[in-house]
Ligand binder design. Structure first.
Ligand code: CUA
Length: 331
């Protein structure tokens, strides 16, 4: 437990420091599992790979043997035997065994069906080109967030996956398998992180111009740290420098974005109530620095083509700076 604490503290430092932010959420390998489901997916991969390698070596070995070592013709009877045992029985048995193993793993990937309901449900809605996130803890009110998913290590979390526009696909490779987000449907996925860390979750289904620029960070934290973080998220944050907040409202940002505790209650764009505490901005694309936030406000179209957010480069640069600084202070 103590190890979880120190590791997740280090991750959080990484997440909030601007220098470390560049390297944040770079872990996106399904072969370095940090979750119970991903462990099974990785194991299946290695078993299939080893099985395939053994078969390949066997076939190539027989071929070389027949071509180089023993070039004599086989009698018809022994040739039939080779075809029956080597060409029918052996591949059928091997492939059936691999299939049975893969099917045996499958129920484990959807454990919420037999397990008691998860203590934490996270609702994630894919939008072009970002992620709307709402935490539904067993106790307490729902907590709105965006483009970042935090979860407690060692606890099962149920994800409700939806889409507001086109088909997206939710995937945190080190934590579990992927699942499509389909308009009009509500899909469920259950994951359990087994190691703390910051991982990158990409959108895994082509969804338009900026599909490749649609990602999020998944932060697996020690359960105690997660609960205190969620408690902080549930109360409004104080932005840095009141002028930035006033400019944010005056320039109309609040008609698309929500910031808890202010008059900004827009629902079109990502919730910004605690945007300063997130590892990245612009849905996993930019490190969360004042510079990057200011750049995105001025010309979002240059960073994320096809994004619904209009450019605000007609504003005085000092206003953009002040808004960016205020947002960075919303922790
Ligand atoms: Cu969303 Cu691809």
């Amino acid at each position: 437990m103590g190890r979880y604490f120190s590791l997740s503290a280090a991750s959080l430092l990484l997440a909030s420091g601007s220098a470390g932010a560049q390297s944040v959420a770079s872990t996106q390998s399904a072969l370095e599992p940090a979750g119970a489901e991903a462990q099974q997916v990785a194991m299946l991969f290695w078993v299939m790979l080893s099985g395939g390698a053994v078969l390949w070596l066997g076939v190539v070995g027989l071929l070389l043997h027949a071509a180089l070592v023993n070039r004599r013709r086989l009698a018809e009877k022994s040739a039939s035997r080779v075809i029956l045992w080597g060409g029918v029985v052996f591949p059928s048995v091997t492939l059936c065994a691999l299939l049975a193993y893969a099917l045996w793993l499958m129920p484990g990937l959807r454990p919420f069906a037999q397990a008691s309901p998860a203590a934490l449900r996270i609702e994630v809605t894919g939008k072009q080109f970002w992620w709307d996130v709402v935490y539904h803890p067993a106790q307490g009110p729902p907590v709105a967030s965006a483009n970042e998913i935090r979860l407690p290590v060692g606890e099962r979390v149920e994800l409700t996956l939806k889409s507001a526009d086109v088909i997206h696909s939710f995937w945190i490779p080190p934590l579990g398998g992927k699942m499509d987000m389909i308009p009009g449907r509500s899909n469920r996925l259950s994951i359990m992180a087994t190691k703390p860390g910051i991982f990158r979750g990409p959108c895994a289904e082509y969804c338009g111009t900026s599909h490749a620029l649609m990602a999020f960070s998944a932060v697996a934290m020690a359960p105690e740290a997660f609960r205190s973080w969620l408690a902080v998220q549930a109360i409004p944050a104080e932005g840095a420098g009141a002028s930035g907040g006033a400019l944010f409202l005056r320039h109309g940002c609040g008609s698309c974005h929500s910031v808890a505790g202010t008059d900004a209650r827009g629902l079109i764009g990502p919730d910004l109530s605690h945007v300063g505490s997130r590892a990245t901005v612009a849905a996993g694309i930019l490190p969360n620095t004042e510079d990057a936030v200011a750049r995105f406000i001025a010309r979002p179209d240059l960073i994320k083509p096809g994004s619904s957010m209009p450019a605000f480069d007609m504003l005085p640069p000092d206003d953009i700076r002040a808004i960016a600084a205020w947002l960075r202070g919303l922790r």
